[in-house]
Design a protein around this ligand. Structure first.
Ligand SMILES: *Cc1c(COP(=O)(O)O)cnc(C)c1O
Length: 400
């Protein structure tokens, strides 16, 4: 197919939101209602989202980072805790442990998928006495589901909890060893899962986040922590002085999300399946375009590990290629109005984590992946013509 665009008339980002008239109407409706925050839209969004991913409970919060922080608090992370995560993630996956005073330990990725390598995590855990580690935070990087069943087995053998960072994977799934379909964030193998509604993510509310779980005790704790550690539930209070009475039982935060944003989230969620289908279509076109191009490597989906049934379970938040001259390609695409992005600079090489003792060279697979990775435009409203234009420019650069 020939590109109809010889040059791009408008900038093509790597990801962007899709706001429809229905979305606008939903927000306006709420603006004119009695509640701007702490109204009915919060619970309605939570219910709809829990149903979407197949979890029992959901807690909506102000952003994905707040979701991670509350999860770490609810699981009791403190100065004694050591928690394992991947260096190839947004830094918030690691930072939540630091907010609670705990120690972050990275383990390397599987170079084929760029996901946290369960064997590396196993080696790390088995190299230490029992009780040394508290938990694991695997990430469904790029929308590719991690093998949570494997992580669960490992976690159970060592008494660890799991927070699934599923920010990239609402609607993603894999088939477990029983042949059962497991949606990312459904709470079957992870204690808690978190999502973000930042505009580049699948479902956009501007800022916003969600925690999902099947654990009712954690659910109630999270509700309390989201709003200052305050409860109004008579069954949970030590005293009761009357209708006004509430108790602040622990030190929580204001991590609430307003009703306007939940109304937007509910509206967006209704189009989630269509958006996901479009993302998969875009990925297929990229896959075919780059399949036989020397100099371009694409990431494997977890289908290789879970079997063909899971091949469709990738949620494609990102479409990553790896090339020799990544900076050259990045700059070349920018000159042509294509704003590809790099996901991620390995967290352990950030000055902050280096100040805690990590060094370049600690995780060679992650660092090698970073040296060549580039995320190409991937969002539901990317047109066929725009995608062809991107493919043409990528091939032109790599082939010269
Ligand atoms: C976006 C993202 C977050 C943080 O979400 P915010 O809503 O931006 O705070 C955490 N982890 C991953 C993997 C993300 O992509």
């Amino acid at each position: 197919m020939n590109s109809e665009l010889s040059s791009s008339p408008k900038p093509i980002p790597y990801g962007r939101q899709n706001i429809t008239e229905d979305d606008v109407a939903a927000v306006v409706d709420t603006l004119q209602s009695d509640f701007l925050t702490q109204g009915p839209k919060v619970a309605a969004f939570e219910r709809a989202f829990a149903d979407y991913v197949g979890a029992d409970f959901a807690v909506a919060v102000s952003n994905g980072t707040a979701a991670l922080h509350l999860c770490a608090m609810a699981l009791g992370v403190n100065e004694e805790s050591r928690v394992i995560t991947t260096p190839i993630t947004f830094v918030a996956s690691a930072n939540c442990v630091r907010y609670c005073g705990g120690t972050v330990e990275f383990a390397d990725i599987d170079p084929a998928t760029a996901l946290l390598d369960v064997e590396k995590v196993r080696q790390l855990i088995e190299s230490k006495p029992k009780g040394y580690y508290s938990g694991i935070i695997p990430v469904d990087f790029a929308g590719n589901p991690v093998n949570l069943e494997e992580f669960r087995k490992l976690a159970d053998a060592h008494g660890l909890w799991i927070i699934e960072d599923a920010c990239h994977a609402p609607g993603g799934y894999f088939f477990d060893s029983n042949g059962e379909q497991q949606h990312c964030g459904n709470g079957k193998y992870a204690d808690l899962a978190i999502f973000s509604f930042h505009p580049v993510k699948h479902i956009a509310t501007g800022e916003g986040g969600m925690i999902t779980t099947n654990d009712e005790k954690l659910y109630k704790e999270l509700l309390k922590l989201r709003t200052h550690g305050i409860t109004r539930d008579p069954e949970l209070m030590e005293e009761n002085h009357g209708g006004w009475y509430m108790e602040m039982q622990e030190l929580g935060y204001n991590y609430r999300i307003p009703d306007m944003l939940c109304a937007l989230g509910i509206s967006q969620l209704q189009r989630a399946d269509a958006g996901l289908a479009r993302r998969k279509g875009i990925a297929k076109v990229y896959d075919e375009a780059f399949a036989d191009v020397p100099g371009i490597t694409t990431l494997q989906t977890t289908a290789a590990a879970f079997g063909e049934a899971s091949a469709t379970g990738h949620a494609y938040h990102l479409y990553v290629i790896q090339v020799q001259d990544r900076k050259g390609l990045y700059d070349f695409l920018r000159e042509h109005n294509i704003f590809a992005q790099v996901h991620y600079i390995p967290a352990h090489t950030m000055p902050y984590y280096r100040s805690l003792g990590y060094q370049k060279g600690d995780f060679p697979a992650a660092e090698q992946y970073y040296a060549g990775c580039l995320s190409l435009p991937m969002y539901p409203t990317l047109t066929q013509e725009e995608q062809q234009y991107v493919i043409e420019k990528v091939k032109a650069f790599v082939g010269r």
